[in-house]
Design a protein. Structure first.
Lengths: 473, 199
């Protein structure tokens, strides 16, 4: 579709307010040779119960329906894995459903859970996601991931998803990055930032204290992308529990308001027709008329350089929640940094910067907890969890981990989750001597983007302190 | 161990029904996985060797035409469609706007005269079951008057954005997959083409 009707552009409406009551996550790692998936899911659920000082059994007593995010059945060689986890969580005979939208699976599971509460069907729902990517050798894993591309038109070409994805990076690099060394370094700064933040996160799989030079000297995966530009491949689980107002306040005295919306675009990256740029609330008509002049070749939208699904999810979510300018209205974001360059593309798709100017979000220092230029708090810190590059990408769990992390900041309880020595020890990880709190001080509103592959599915979740809503219903 | 010709799984359609013959899977016993340090069982391997049976449906003519040296696109000819006249490559059976069947169109000459590289990536890695030579030079190809772009691969020379390329086809022993189509830079000689490919 390249033109939208008014009905299609309708701002989504939740029939009653929905609240995030609690969240939890397991340890994340590349492989768990001696742990079953259900053990990780129970770890995540138990963490969510602990967070509201309940036993798991007490928390379960509130749940009415369940939404499970698990993308790749073929990795675990188990169809209906959702039924296995549901049984092991002891939630039978409640209704449950599996959600599969590639890298956006975690966000999509939450999308379903929120709608069930908003509609009145349930007063309390569980969104829980996981992924098991350690049960096949890497080359077979690459084949299985490539099955998320078009099986007739793409997969036979190398059985390697990077090949279908990185053409987008190449085009952005040439047109908007202009192949500048300075742009290449800005990409590397994202990898340094996110891996550095992961050092403060005991759940994180890929913490590293590195420099821009380390990124630039890491092996080439598909030029211009190098190994340290790329996200992790992980195993683990995350969850969130959402409720109507009454139930939320029975579980916790401080639930958060949650808004969520979704967008989509073609599975085949090349199979995109040109269209007008749909505008976000902080953009104006005619703003992009000269985009092709400023960036020759950049006039083809969404072309290869933008994620239309991300833009549409932000369009719906911003208008639902009253966000006009994400940089002014939000306090932090967790973005889907599958690759450093796609992170930059997303800054533009969700309106943190206008199209063509994404790099400035990093270069200005706004994306940091502490702005490296001014040494003052960054305007809109991005990915203090470490993101997919530093923390994890256990596909079905990723979007839920991001929502949990945003929640910890707004609850002002980030330190409680990331600091305790006992947790570092339990995860068999060494707490850095220079461990520093990354709590975003005074955070009241945040956003998480959950994104699939070349942009087939994207969800945009916005969390707010209920006393700091922008739009009153 | 590769299967012999007699062991390979073959499928034909007779009277509208699949008639499989040959071997579709080879059974291999599983193996235990021990934690050597702790001297205890951790799990098992589950070997699998399967052959899928897949229908191309309405796209079959596209894949069959590659082996005959033709690139077939489709065009929406529905007078009532707002986007009538749009040409699609990849071949789509139905118009994504009006959902009426589109008209197949031989795009081979247009491709020879107008194909250009829109983007590219070179990868030295592949996944299991890959049949292409490494490194793979992925290219996305744009054609004049076609509203979409095609994913393919370059088998001669180096890719560059804007480079003029021409299609080549695996006309000897085609695989009937998208790998039967590749591209080479304009001006490439027939003698430079890989085994089995022709212009």
């Amino acid at each position: 579709m390249i033109k939208f009707s008014d009905k299609q552009l309708k701002i989504p409406k939740l029939m009653r307010p929905v609240y995030l009551a609690t969240v939890g996550m397991s340890k994340f790692d590349r492989a768990f040779p001696e742990t079953r998936t259900e053990e990780l899911c129970i770890d995540a659920f138990t963490a969510a119960a602990d967070f509201v000082k309940m036993t798991p059994a007490e928390l379960k007593s509130y749940i009415h329906t369940c939404y499970y995010g698990h993308f790749a059945d073929h990795f675990g060689d188990q169809l209906l894995g959702e039924a296995v986890i549901h049984d092991r969580l002891g939630l039978d005979p409640l209704g449950n459903i599996g959600v599969k939208t590639g890298g956006a699976t975690g966000g999509s599971a939450m999308w379903e859970a929120v709608k069930a509460v908003a509609s009145g069907y349930s007063d309390c729902t569980l969104a829980l996601g996981w992924e098991r990517m350690d049960e096949v050798p890497t080359d077979e894993g690459n084949h299985l991931i490539s099955c998320a591309a078009d099986k007739d038109w793409e997969t036979p070409l190398g059985h390697i998803y990077t090949g279908y994805y990185a053409v987008m990076a190449q085009r952005y690099w040439k047109i908007f990055g202009k192949e500048e060394e300075s742009f290449r370094r800005t990409m590397a700064e994202i990898a340094v930032k996110n891996r550095g933040y992961a050092r403060m996160n005991p759940h994180a799989q890929g913490p590293l204290k590195i420099t821009v030079e380390d990124v630039l000297n890491s092996p080439i995966v598909a030029y211009p992308l190098r190994a340290l530009d790329c996200c992790l491949m992980s195993v683990g689980s995350s969850c969130g529990i959402v409720c109507d107002e009454k139930t939320a306040y029975e579980i916790t005295d401080k639930p958060l308001r949650i808004y969520i919306a979704a967008g989509s675009h073609t599975l085949r990256v090349a199979d995109r027709r040109d269209m007008k740029i749909p505008l976000l609330p902080n953009e104006s008509k005619g703003q992009y008329d000269d985009l092709g002049k400023r960036f020759p070749g950049g006039d083809r939208y969404p072309g290869f350089s933008s994620f239309l699904a991300a833009r549409m999810s932000a369009y719906y979510a911003y208008n639902m929640s009253g966000v006009v300018d994400p940089s002014e209205d939000l306090d932090l974001v967790e973005l889907h940094d599958a690759f450093t360059i796609s992170d930059i593309q997303t800054y533009e798709d969700i309106g943190i910067r206008p199209y063509g100017e994404g790099r400035n979000y990093i270069e200005s220092g706004d994306a940091y907890i502490i702005n490296p230029n001014t040494k003052k708090p960054g305007k809109l810190p991005s990915n203090p969890s470490g993101g997919l590059i530093g923390c994890m990408h256990a596909v079905g769990a990723t979007g839920l981990m991001q929502i949990a992390e945003i929640g910890y900041h707004i609850w002002n309880r980030w330190d409680e989750i990331h600091e305790p020595e006992a947790k570092w020890k339990a995860f068999n990880r060494e707490k850095p001597k220079d461990w520093t709190s990354l709590q975003v001080k005074g955070a009241k509103r945040g956003l998480a983007i959950s994104h699939a592959g070349v942009g087939s599915h994207v969800t945009c979740t916005i969390l707010m302190d209920p006393n700091k809503l922008i739009k009153e219903e | 161990m590769p299967k012999t010709e007699n062991e390979k799984g073959i499928v034909e359609i007779v009277d509208g029904k699949y008639k499989p013959s040959g071997t579709f899977h080879i059974i291999e016993k599983n193996q235990p996985i021990f934690d050597i340090d702790a001297n205890k069982l951790a799990g098992v391997t589950n070997p699998r060797d399967m052959t899928y049976i897949h229908s191309y449906g309405g796209e079959a003519m596209f894949f069959e035409s590659l082996g005959k040296g033709k690139l077939i696109a489709t065009r929406c000819d529905n007078d009532n469609c707002e986007f009538k006249g749009s040409i699609y490559m990849p071949f789509r059976i139905y118009c994504p706007d009006c959902l009426r069947k589109m008209t197949p169109l031989n795009l081979t000459e247009i491709a020879r005269k107008t194909a250009k590289v829109h983007s590219y990536i070179i990868t030295h890695r592949s996944g299991a079951f890959n049949t292409l030579d490494l490194p793979i030079k992925f290219i996305n190809v744009e054609f004049d008057n076609v509203v979409t772009i095609l994913m393919s691969y370059l088998v001669v020379g180096e890719p560059e954005i804007g480079k003029r390329v021409v299609p080549i086809f695996r006309t000897k022993n085609p695989t009937y997959t998208i790998t039967d189509l590749a591209f080479v830079p304009e001006g490439t000689l027939e003698s430079e083409l890989p085994e089995g490919f022709t212009f």
